[in-house]
Design a binder for this molecule. Structure first.
Ligand code: SF4
Ligand code: SF4
Length: 97
């Protein structure tokens, strides 16, 4: 189980989550914070402290925030091979028909 940060974080970014994460797997991006799916141990400490309820278990991400599951995975592409556990994330496809 890993956690994903979704839309409400944008514009907030108050860092409460990264301060409590025991494995320091929450990283600052340009617009929001992101959880490294290869490092997250699913402890839910971050979910508890987020003031805007922007953090969800990947299996419980509300419909309107599903795009963030992929957005989060893409943020770590290159450093993390298995994006979000159990889910295949489509990466950039090679050109050509
Ligand atoms: S605590 Fe919530 S709003 Fe703050 S950086 Fe973390 S996810 Fe974003
Ligand atoms: S669930 Fe735990 S390990 Fe995963 S990002 Fe949140 S605080 Fe860090």
């Amino acid at each position: 189980m890993v956690f994903v940060i979704v839309e409400p974080c944008i514009g907030s970014k108050d860092q409460s989550c990264s301060e409590v994460c025991p494995v320091s797997c929450i990283h600052e991006g340009e617009d929001q914070y992101y959880i490294d799916p290869g490092e997250c141990i699913g402890c839910s400490a971050c979910e508890t402290v987020c003031p805007v309820n922007a953090i969800f278990d990947e299996d419980q991400v509300p419909e309107q925030y599903q795009a963030w599951v992929e957005k989060n995975a893409k943020f770590f592409q290159g450093g993390v091979t298995s994006a979000v556990s159990g889910k295949t994330i489509s990466s950039s496809r090679p050109n050509g028909d």
